[in-house]
Design a protein around this ligand. Structure first.
Ligand SMILES: [Mn+2]
Length: 299
């Protein structure tokens, strides 16, 4: 039997990458951290900070054995996952999974997958792994401010920070989060796809990308370009609805730009689309503040 790969979702974020590295580390021999996409600027900062290598890149899952972290929907997984063997899932997203044999399936409504892994191994975590798990929690929860944040995330951050040698948690967390919110030097397509997920709601395919900004002007300056790219992507991949969520981490609100069947988005949030977007006060999380509302109108 070959290696077992621990792998997160496509367009991987810091939680997907760092959870894969940490879980593979604790699982030990034969278990290897993997990824199915490019490392983003934020994750690359974190890995360099704690002096760790990125996981190996896998683009075809067929014939391989996997542990899935930070996702459970095969539409978000490495290609040909239906021809792979899945041994285990650890995740904190909504469940859209079925499998033909009994496996370990562990999901919990906490702020990050890293929180679950940290809880499991807290007594044995050393500096580098503590550092990347801490970073993943601070990234996924937007420094413990996102609507997805739980008491358990706070607990783990409090325990991991001293092991990782991080004194000022807020400052470090903001620094990590800012790395991803820099749109300069990225093409419109890179911006949209940097944190992008596919969803299947019945027969309908819905795509939702997101970025974080500290000022809506950052995305507004690029809006024409971004809208054009969204239209192109929608036509190319036949999305019923394609949206792009700009999360303002200072204002604690999001603008949801939509192309395709906009009436679905209007129905979901009970307000009209203005200037191509919906302003969602208090919305900071795709999984909690956006996906459930959109899914409801498609089901
Ligand atoms: Mn996550």
């Amino acid at each position: 039997m070959g290696d077992i790969y621990v792998i997160g979702h496509k367009n991987p974020d810091t939680d997907s990458i760092c959870s894969a590295i940490a879980y593979a580390y604790f699982k030990g021999e034969n278990v290897v951290a993997a990824r199915c996409g490019e490392i983003n600027a934020e994750t690359s900062y974190v890995l360099e900070y704690f002096d760790l290598d990125p996981p190996i890149l896998i683009s075809d899952g067929s014939g391989k054995r996997f542990i899935l972290v930070d996702h459970n929907e095969l539409s978000q997984s490495v290609d040909n996952m239906d021809q792979a063997e899945i041994l285990e899932v650890i995740d904190h997203h909504k469940i859209n999974f079925s499998y033909s044999s009994p496996i370990i399936f562990h999901t919990e409504p906490v702020g990050s997958t890293a929180t679950m892994i940290a809880e499991r191994y807290i007594g044995k975590i050393k500096r580098k792994i503590a550092g990347i798990l801490l970073s993943a929690i601070l990234s996924d929860t937007i420094v413990l401010t996102s609507t997805t944040t739980t008491e358990r995330d706070f607990e783990m951050v409090k325990k991991l920070a001293p092991i990782a040698g991080i004194e000022d948690i807020k400052m470090f967390g903001m620094k990590v989060n800012r790395k991803k919110s820099n749109l300069k030097g990225l093409t419109a397509s890179q911006i949209i796809l940097s944190d992008f997920k596919d969803f299947e709601f019945g027969e309908d395919k819905v795509g939702i990308g997101q970025i974080r900004v500290v000022d809506f002007r950052e995305s507004e300056e690029r809006m024409d370009e971004l809208m054009q790219e969204l239209e192109k992507l929608k036509d190319k991949n036949n999305y019923s609805l394609l949206s792009f969520m700009v999360v303002n981490i200072v204002e604690r609100a999001s603008k949801l730009f939509v192309v395709g069947d906009r009436s679905k988005a209007e129905e979901a949030f009970k307000k009209p689309v203005k200037d191509n977007s919906l302003y969602l006060d208090g919305a900071m999380s795709r999984k909690k503040d956006v996906v459930p509302f959109i899914e409801r109108v498609f089901r």
